[in-house]
Design a binder for this molecule. Structure first.
Ligand code: CTP
Ligand code: MG
Length: 232
């Protein structure tokens, strides 16, 4: 059975809201509710663990889905929150990790990531990603361009990320300093030589980081609602 971890313990500094980002209202619900509902409706996911900010209770407006949901206190860095959620998760393998900051997740994308890992026995992880459409350059500290990267090889990585449990546990056993450097868990697996495969996602699965992202998410969710909740 597949376990799902939703990391929601960040403070959301760049969003500059009055409460932690995952609990900011989006489309009439706490942001976290969207990911929780999407993952709860995926066949094969039987338990969800939420990493929440220390001392923060779930707002009464949150509705719990029919499947089991556990909550833990998150850690100092994102990967610490992943490690804490995994430690409290009980049995289950593989493990899907998702950021509450990506509320436009669809059950279809979660399913695609699960199917991709199932199809590739050699892979340690399957991660949602989208080909980069901008030209990306490496720029030094003086603002001088040093290199233009070959865009055909570049993918912008998202969540969900699905891991074979042993690979994720081994990857998270690194130093606190390395965990703090990791902006995603797949990097920790790659460094250990694990095979990580990408699953093509859509740009709609955006990360809410700044106030403009929140506005965009609001518009996209409203458009989805107008289509009758069809997430396609
Ligand atoms: N996260 C977490 N524990 C942390 C830091 C981040 O669970 N110690 C989660 C966030 O809640 C979010 C996801 O990881 O769902 C991605 O992080 P990010 O977008 O950076 O969110 P925040 O850290 O909350 O935002 P900021 O960096 O602007 O403070
Ligand atoms: Mg952060």
């Amino acid at each position: 059975m597949t376990l799902a971890l939703i990391v929601a313990a960040g403070s959301g500094e760049r969003l500059r809201a009055a409460r932690p980002k995952a609990l900011v209202e989006l489309g009439g619900r706490p942001m976290l509710q969207w990911s929780l509902d999407a993952l709860a409706s995926v066949a094969g996911i039987e338990r969800i663990v939420l990493a929440l900010p220390a001392g923060v209770a779930l707002p009464p407006a949150m509705r719990m889905p029919a499947i089991e949901v556990r909550s833990v206190e998150g850690g100092a860095a994102r990967s610490d929150s992943v490690a804490r959620a995994l430690a409290a998760a009980g049995e289950g393998d593989p493990v899907l990790v998702h950021d509450a900051a990506r509320p436009l997740l669809t059950p279809q994308l979660a399913r695609a990531v699960i199917d991709a890992l199932e199809r590739d026995p050699q892979a340690a992880a399957a991660i949602a990603a989208v080909p980069v459409t901008d030209t990306v350059k490496r720029v030094d500290g003086d603002g001088v361009v040093r290199e233009t990267l070959d865009r055909r090889e570049l993918w912008a990585v998202q969540t969900p990320q699905l891991f074979r449990r042993a690979a994720l546990e081994r990857a998270l056993e690194t130093s606190a300093q390395e965990r703090a450097r990791a902006t995603d868990d797949a990097w920790l697996v790659e460094r250990q030589g694990g095979r990580v495969i990408v699953v093509r996602a859509g740009e709609e699965n955006l990360k809410v980081t700044t106030p403009i992202d929140l506005q965009l998410a609001e518009l996209l969710l409203a458009a989805r609602g107008a289509r009758g909740g069809d997430p396609a």
